[in-house]
Design a protein around this ligand. Sequence first.
Ligand code: NDP
Length: 244
Amino acid sequence: MDIAGKVVAITGASSGIGEASARWLAREGAHVVVGARRTDRLEALVQQIREAGGEASARRLDVTSRDDVRAFVELAVERYGRLDVLVNNAGLMPLSPMERLLVDEWERMIDVNLKGVLYGIAAALPVFRAQGGGQIVNVSSIADRRIVPTAAVYSGTKYAVRAISEGLRQEIGGAIRVTLVSPGATESELASTISDPELKRRVVDEYRSDLLPAEAIARAIGFAIGQPRDVDVNEIVVRPTAQA
Ligand code: NDP
């Protein structure tokens, strides 16, 4: 696996899949740059990675701000001289029936799950072009191909991420790789973004016994990153074996 020494920036690395990916990739020798809004979590993560002999840096990041995302990518380049991989992972999932008209939550999902990914692509592509290569990894969801009640808008953002990933791959080609990783139910704090307590309880109860550890998704991301430069893993879907 060709991971050691790669510079990998991960959005939404203060918990769940992003945090597990930072730990896993750092253990494999990557230099990880982690971003999110909860800087206390990021600082603790960086300290633990360094204590374990790895290399990590952190920056406060709100992916709804283009300037923030640009500065996040710039930190990687300033600190390590290049950016090999951007993992667009930050996301939220405030599920609700559409007829409740929680328009603010719809907008929030579009801003974070969709526009945040676009800002990441916009920040990374010029760097990749200048250095002659790079990789975008977009963390989507099985909701990018399967719609269930209460997840219409969440799915809408993830369908869009899948479409954008494939479109980008077709257009960009050459030395820039594009990978879509679509997890099924995974241990994380994602359900905490559901504002309806009854729905939150139902979602947590439904998946309680059948969650993937976040490290399973970290390994999938690592598999795509670790391939030789002429091998572009385009899509990975990972579900708990018991999930329908
Ligand atoms: P978590 O809630 O544990 O992690 C979400 C991360 O996103 C946190 O680090 C959070 O950090 C960050 N985040 C949220 N809003 C912003 C923002 N505006 N700017 C920067 N960072 C932000 O959930 P997961 O680990 O599960 O989620 C990671 C990705 O995986 C998401 O895209 C999600 O849709 C996807 N996914 C998860 C599945 C699951 O079952 N867990 C299944 C399918 C897909 P902070 O709050 O500190 O900013």
